[in-house]
Design a protein. Structure first.
Ligand SMILES: [Zn+2]
Ligand SMILES: [Zn+2]
Ligand SMILES: [Zn+2]
Ligand SMILES: [Zn+2]
Lengths: 183, 183
DNA sequence: ATTCATTTTGTTATGTTATATCATTTTATT
DNA sequence: AATAAAATGATATAACATAACAAAATGAAT
């Protein structure tokens, strides 16, 4: 609620180009299958092993567009497998994060499926398969969405350039209210 | 190390405008006194009570330009006060963060003194005294520095505007190597 | 097919960060 | 002085994450 106080029109409906949040009625099954198919492709190409456990954890992460805690995933796994210990979940998450298939949201200590893990774009991935990810996180509905913005990328690059700083990793998480939750 | 691959000159020495990190030989005592004086002023103006405990915690946070963990602060307090429990530290940090005198670095789960807590600029503070803060964090020397960049602010505002998102709070933390640590 | 090395998963224990709750003390107000 | 509000003390526990080692599964080479 801090922004745009001097220019309230900036995020008004007229100027809005796109709401990147998933809509309530959307076909989420296709989100999940796209994520799993993309993961298979990414792992196949990069030599990662998407084992049944890792695949299942990815599927559980994708149950919704809301970030999920590691211990929530642990509970879900325990429901279907009996005794499961934290390292089982964390190791799967470590793998998925390393492959760029899942991102950790530092401000929430939670995880979300990568919104850009499609097999097509591999250019911006580093040697370990990860790529910088920027998020909008709605504090009302709990959803988070990975956004790409050239202007933001440019500003970050420019900031690094002018300060002589070499970026290795980025955390950019903007929390507030999504367009739908403002009504 | 991901950025600037296509334009390596961008963060070369010629184009570098300023290194915002504190230099090794700088007069840190003046950093500390400026921070404490500023804190007194901010609290006086906003009606916050900078008690001896809170003031001391702020002083401990300012022992260096490296983010410090809550339990590190706890240990330091225990050294000088005997038995101190976690809530003592967390409550002091909560107060200091609420006043915008300290920031939490989500990606490190650690705290750092605000680099812009001077009494003069109050314009960008929200109703609770906080203001958005963006950080460069050196993974080599461990230092973190709060940076202000109009282009970055603009890009964030623009992103929010075009997506209809109302930002309440920002986490922007860029990790990598500071200019000094690249040599 | 059998051996061997590597990777993945299971298991137990522990480390790290943060909060809930209630008692006591301090401070401000009447 | 009495009262209310704020801050601190104290105890317990919650939530998040990793270390270390054993067992099982996988892949490669003989
Ligand atoms: Zn979906
Ligand atoms: Zn929402
Ligand atoms: Zn200093
Ligand atoms: Zn450095």
């Amino acid at each position: 609620m801090r922004q745009n106080l001097e220019n309230p029109a900036e995020n008004s409906a007229e100027n809005r180009v796109e709401n990147p949040f998933a809509q309530p009625g959307h076909d989420h099954a296709s989100c999940v299958s796209a994520a799993l198919d993309g993961a298979e492709a990414v792992c196949a190409r990069r030599g990662g092993r998407l084992t049944p456990l890792r695949r299942r954890v990815l599927e559980l992460v994708w149950r919704s567009h809301r970030p999920v805690g590691a211990y929530d995933l642990l509970a879900l796994l325990q429901d279907e497998r009996g005794r499961v210990a934290p390292p089982t979940v964390y190791r799967a998450l470590d793998f998925l994060c390393a492959q760029g298939l899942v991102h950790r949201l530092d401000s929430l200590q939670a995880f979300i499926g990568c919104g850009h893990a499609n097999a097509s774009d591999d250019s911006d991935r580093d040697g370990d398969g990860q790529h910088p990810a920027h998020f909008l996180i709605c504090q009302d509905c709990g959803a988070a969405v990975e956004v790409r913005d050239g202007q933001l990328d440019g500003a970050i690059s420019h900031l690094a350039g002018r300060t002589g700083f070499a970026i290795a990793d980025e955390t950019v998480e903007l929390r507030g209210r999504c367009a739908d939750c403002q009504n």
